[in-house]
Design a protein around this ligand. Structure first.
Ligand code: ADP
Ligand code: MG
Length: 293
């Protein structure tokens, strides 16, 4: 295509809410055959809310919320925001945090009122040799069976509660996936979340390839593996944890509603955070490069 045609293409993209970093990006866009989609904040709204609190026998709900809310208050993760906001709404003042550490893709831990507290996935509690009693495990499994995310809360070496948070699929995601298929592309859902929760989302939007339990640092490896198997990969994401994979992909697309780090790493920004724009971008590149040689 002529430089003029490419400029017209990128200009047309801007009108559609598709910000393309440079005219050469349209070339890589056209060749894509596989679209890897992050779940939280990309296929789903990422606006989580705290739905329920389950406590271990003899544990106070207020303590579970004060301590978990306090730790999560220091994190930017959508789950953390939901828990901090939900806890504040229910108990008012949160506990005082003395130290805080983010365990990327798994949760958080720190010292709260002199106690070592851990909030997150079961595998994170496992690092601290904290096991989950049967009643809490039942609450966790029930939430996950309903497509919700269960976050474990522990301190002083024991699991104390389960917080149930839920997100919802964006209204436009199902249609967006159908459009990608019509263009002959294969969608793949990639998430740090577990198979039960991810499976619900995948079913809802019509994706049959799902890669779950992926730590942030592993997302880039998954993209590289797909490329090594001959795929031309587009990655769509919103989070800090997607940035490396966005940069590695043949085409990185960031949600305009996402983090600055993701937007910087990507080739294209979808201003409205509407997944249907992925198909628009691919159609635009095909049209720009196909008709004008
Ligand atoms: P995704 O890949 O879908 O964007 P993440 O990689 O951000 O998801 O998170 C993966 C999982 O790790 C979450 O579903 C949750 O179980 C857990 N997790 C991550 N951060 C936190 C946190 N701050 N608090 C509790 N759980 C967390
Ligand atoms: Mg995300």
């Amino acid at each position: 295509a002529t430089p003029t045609a490419l400029l017209v293409g990128t200009g047309r993209g801007a009108q559609l809410g598709i910000l393309i970093k440079g005219p050469e990006v349209l070339e890589s866009t056209r060749k894509v055959d596989t679209v890897v989609l992050d779940k939280t904040g990309t296929v789903t709204t990422g606006r989580m809310t705290l739905l329920a609190v389950h406590t271990a026998a003899g544990e106070s709900e207020t303590d579970v919320l004060r301590i978990a809310g306090a730790l999560e208050n220091a994190s930017e993760h959508p789950i953390a925001r939901a828990i901090a906001a939900g806890a504040t709404a229910r108990v008012g003042d949160l506990a005082a945090v003395e130290s805080f550490e983010n365990d990327e893709g798994r949760g958080v831990h720190g010292i709260v009122e002199g106690r070592l507290a851990v909030v997150g996935r079961e595998s994170l509690l496992g690092d601290w040799v904290i096991s989950v009693p049967d009643d809490l495990r039942a609450a966790k499994l029930a939430a996950e069976a309903a497509g919700q995310t269960a976050v474990l809360v522990a301190w002083d070496g024991a699991a104390r509660g389960v917080l149930v948070v839920a997100d919802r699929v964006k209204d436009t995601s199902r249609e967006a996936i159908a459009e990608l298929r019509r263009l002959g592309l294969t969608p793949v859902l990639l998430t740090g979340d577990n198979a039960t929760v991810a499976g619900h989302v995948a079913d809802e939007v019509g994706i049959d390839q799902v890669i779950t339990d992926v730590l942030p640092a592993e997302k880039v490896r998954i993209v590289r593996d797909l490329q090594a198997s001959g795929k031309v990969v587009a990655m769509v994401g919103d989070g800090v944890n997607d940035a490396a994979a966005l940069a590695q992909a043949d085409l990185g697309l960031a949600m305009g509603t996402g983090t600055d780090v993701a937007i910087e790493a990507a080739d294209i920004t979808l201003v409205r955070g509407d997944l249907r724009a992925v198909a628009d971008a691919i159609r635009l590149s095909r049209r720009t490069l196909g008709t004008i040689k």
